[in-house]
Ligand binder design. Sequence first.
Ligand SMILES: [Zn+2]
Length: 491
Amino acid sequence: MRNIFYISYFLLPLLLFSCKKETRIEGKVNQSHKLTIAEARNHIKATLPTNRVALARTSQEKTDSTDLVVNWTAAGQNTSGEYSFVEVPIKTAITNVNLYGAEQYNENENATRVAYSYSTLLIYKDSSNNNANSYIVTYLPSIDYIQNHNRPIGRNRIADLSNEFSGYIEYKDLDGNPKQLFTIEKGKVTSSMILSNTRPIQTKTSSNSKSLAAAAASCQTVCIPIIQTVCVGPGGGQGPRDKDQICTTTQVGNNCNTVCSGGPTGPPPGGGGGNTGGGTGGSNNPDIKNQAQNPCLKATVDQLLNSQNIEGTMAEILNNFLDKNEVNLTIQEGITQGNKVAHLSDNKLTKYMDPNHNITKRVYSATITIDQSLLPTISKEGVATALIHEVLHAYLDYNSISFDQAAAQHNYIAANYIGTMAAFLQNKYGVPANDAVALAWGGLAETTLYKNATSFQMPDNTTVSKEDLAHTYGDYMGGVDKPNKGKPLCN
Ligand SMILES: [Zn+2]
């Protein structure tokens, strides 16, 4: 990762020189004050030489700052009024959130708000200043917004704020001191406040009785609870088992600040225009990265993910489960383990708990690899079958049904999903009913149901042997000496 950072940092200016002339309207920012993503990276590299950032001040030195992961591939460059800026998502192992508006919600709702909060780095320049400045921006959504939204919550940026977003947006300096706070209603700034730290962190007995609006009107001090989220695997700490993580939140102190109306310094939320760069591209779902290099495979994956006009459980899983904000799937070709058609790897599930140990949020990521050696002979239907099989593993992982236990999940799939997989392949690809059942059984030969069966009852009421079932499956999957059934991958 570190090497990639340095290589791409030095290559980026070269690539930019070869780009076509910009035709985008630049607002009041002239070209010499435009902040490029490369400059923003340089600024962060110079400002944070230790690769650590304070996401909030706490009384505990140990958790004052925490390792920072900056997702530069998702950086977006933008302009708003006199400002030119770059915003880029960040992650840390331990997260501290200043819980504004805590008094409006109960404890479980506040835990949910913290679970759905996220932070970015905002690096900006104004037209009078050639030096870049930076803030940590934290988005703290309202419960109403968390429960009712169309676009993924984590996709909001200050220059691209959903008109559904309500809640708080906080700007902190890189030491974790809150500087500005905006209240947002339906994507619009309804109040803007300047915060200045007056006292070191208090213990959590100090309560916040004043509303922010009342305090801001007369520049009073308000103490905001600091909520810390720590995620650990079932075995605790680092290790292979922490790919199934549980996160808990606790109050670690209060951040006491004098709050006054005013601001902002730096680009405000809700402005901007003409976002260049950022995002992940690929299919219509930005959380699913279709990384297939083979154009025929890429098109087949896109076609599968675009199943809105198909009915049934499998289509619902493809449309609704994969469409979740919290599900991040990468689909690619490559070499699979043990000559499989496809496999699922790097699966990781993180569960956030409220104080009553109810799960408030799940975050799941995984990679699905289609075996590249099969691409010349496999059919479209074969690829779709392998993909929906792996998507079912992901779906079961996400729902904590035998997480990462392939054999147990195969038994579950054999018992519950043969019909729905077959129906999907019939409806979407026009696969004959009997063939669709044979395809659905693919990859399930080790299951109890398959082993105990001597023959299979088909939709047309005929019975076929295991050998015939496997043969039909193989016909769609390609390979050296197999005739292909179904549509060629490239047609
Ligand atoms: Zn499997």
